[in-house]
Every structure is written in C-alpha cells, then in structure tokens.
Ligand binder design. Structure first.
Ligand SMILES: Nc1ncnc2c1ncn2[C@@H]1O[C@H](COP(=O)(O)OP(=O)(O)OP(=O)(O)O)[C@@H](O)[C@H]1O
Ligand SMILES: [Mg+2]
Length: 307
C-alpha cells in the first residue's frame, strides 16, 4: 500500500538557516504519527510543507500520492489542518465558523449545516453553537479548531501542537477526542513537545532536533532502545548533585546529571537505591519511575525537552 505521506531528503532553508535538514519519513493510512521535538526543531515547517502551504527547498515529498508543488489545492481539499496558533474567525459565531469554512471547500450549505451540528456534538460544544469565539476557553477554541478541520471529511488530520498552553484537564478532554478519531481510523499527524502526549496518541513517532530526525519508532520501541527499564531520580541539593554523581559512578547503566537532580538508569531502581544508601549517600528526595520518552530525548540530544 502506498503511504499517504512520503518524504525523502525533505529540506527547507530560510536564508542561511536550515530549518528542516533532509528528513525521510513515511506515514501509512490510518496511522497516528508524531513529530516530537523542542522549540525550533522544524516541526511546524515540516507540517506546512506537508500541508501544501509552504514549498520545499529540496528533496521529494508526496502527499496522498501527489506533489504539493503541483497539486496544492487538490491536497489541501483532502487535509484537515489545526495550526499551532488558532486562526478562528472572531467575527463569526461558533457554528458559523464551521459552516463558512466548509463553504470554502465548495461543500453545499445544507451539508455544511448537518456536518457542523455533528461536529459540534463531537467537540462537546453544542451549547456554545451561538456564542462568539471569544467567549470560549482555550481548550474549547482548540476543540472548535479541530471540529473545523474535520468539516471537509479529510483523509489526513494534521495537528500542530494540539494542546500546548492548555491546563491538564483541558488536555485530557482533547486527548479523548483525538483518541476517538484514531479509533475510527483517521490518519493523524501531530507535533508536540510533550512526551506524555506523544506516548498517549502516537503509534509511531520521529524525534526531531535541529531539523534532523534523531530516532524513529513506537513510543515503547524507543524507550526500550534508548533507555533502561527504570530510572532513579535523586536530589542531593543543587551544589552537591555533581559530587554525588561522581561517587555513584558504575552503579547504574548510565548516569545523567541535571541542574536539579541526578538520573540513574537501571533495570531495578529499588535495588539501586539500597546500594546508594550502602555507600553512605543520603539524597534529600528519591523517586523510582519507569523510563519515558523524556529519557529517550535526553539520551539522544543531551538536553531536556522541558524548558
Ligand atoms: N518564515 C520563516 N522565516 C525565517 N525563519 C523561519 C520561518 N519559519 C520558521 N523559521 C525558523 O525555522 C526554525 C524551525 O522553526 P519551526 O517553527 O518549524 O520550529 P518548531 O519545531 O515548530 O518549533 P516550536 O515548537 O517553537 O513551534 C526556527 O529556527 C525558526 O526560527
Ligand atoms: Mg511549531
């Protein structure tokens, strides 16, 4: 089966800056695919090239089998796009935002109206249908933008940082809606710098940094490949972490010293904590957890994803 998106050597430069540096990836139909990376990694630039709103500098790109340089309108009519910054029309009421957007695609008014009602129900915004966009909370605006992106029944839904800036509860409501779309078989392409979001929603993801792909796989594959089963997080106090880490050398598969804590990668965190105490070291706090994509990112880039 041909993938719905195929990129080879995809590159975008802005003057001297290489924002996307020759990346290769493929997305099969029905997959939930993620680009995980920090600020400035090139995620939005990649999304804009796939969305046929920005042309590539070099490389090859096919979206739904078509070249975006030659078939922009045809591709755009089959995509749903949730941009990083909400661009809802504040002049229009909530329901009108959906209908007017659908009309841009040449969808008949009666069809738009019917879909708008279904999508408002899906986005849990039925009781806001006649409100102004500015009356909505951040999470509601995001849900409305997703509803709007679905009005043309797209084959691929592109979401650029769907939950950035939302509180935890609003993020969970949004994840639930996106999970339902995934269950229905909608192809999702999303960017995020939240590893928990990537773990929740992505079947497969690429870790990007400085315009390059650092690793690719399912969340569990990446964790298995780049981290140990568990991590012990120890805090000795900011000015003592480095000294303590030096004394812990050899105790774990790998040790990372962060400004506020020491991370020890191991298969058995509790056993390791006992050996730390046996050495006469007493951290002010200690915590054992499963490894996550955050640890994968740290391993790959030497930096933490959280600012
Ligand atoms: N239109 C543009 N003109 C010049 N430079 C740009 C333009 N768009 C993006 N860039 C630069 O390209 C790089 C990648 O930007 P991009 O927005 O793709 O990153 P991102 O991964 O989406 O980051 P964020 O997480 O902050 O949204 C950055 O250094 C950015 O400043
Ligand atoms: Mg971005």
């Amino acid at each position: 089966m041909t993938p719905v998106i195929a990129a080879r050597g995809l590159t975008k430069t802005f003057g001297d800056l290489t924002a996307v540096d020759g990346i290769d990836f493929e997305v099969p139909a029905g997959e939930s695919f993620g680009l995980l990376g920090p600020n400035g990694a090139g995620k939005s630039t990649t999304m804009r090239m796939v969305g046929a709103v920005s042309s590539r500098t070099a490389g090859d790109l096919r979206v739904l089998g078509l070249d975006p340089d030659a078939h922009g309108p045809e591709i755009r009519s089959q995509l749903g796009v949730v941009p990083q910054e909400d661009n809802l029309d504040p002049e229009l009421k909530v329901r009108e935002n959906l209908i007017v957007y659908g009309r841009y695609f040449g969808i008949p008014k009666a069809v738009c109206a019917k879909r708008a009602d279904e999508l408002l129900a899906f986005a849990q915004l039925e009781d806001k249908a006649r409100n102004k966009v500015d009356d909505l909370s951040g999470g509601m605006k995001r849900r409305l933008t997703i509803a709007r992106a679905l009005i043309n029944e797209p084959r691929i839904l592109m979401l650029d940082e769907p939950t950035t800036g939302l509180d935890p509860q609003a993020r969970h409501v949004l994840w639930d809606r996106l999970f339902r779309l995934k269950e229905r078989g909608t192809t999702l392409v999303l960017t995020t710098h939240y590893m928990d979001e990537a773990e929740q929603l992505c079947d497969r993801l690429v870790v990007v940094d400085h315009g390059r792909i650092m690793a690719e796989g399912s969340p569990s594959q990446l964790i298995r490949q780049y981290a140990s089963r568990e991590v012990a997080e120890l805090r000795f106090g900011s000015d003592r972490n480095a000294d303590a880490a030096a004394r812990l050398e050899g105790l774990a598969e790998r040790i990372e010293v962060l400004p506020d804590r020491v991370l020890l990668y191991t298969d058995d965190g509790e056993a390791l904590l006992e050996r730390v105490t046996d050495l006469g070291l007493h951290p002010t706090t200690s915590l054992v957890r499963r490894s996550s994509l955050e640890d994968v990112f740290l391993r790959l880039t030497g930096r933490s994803l959280i600012e």
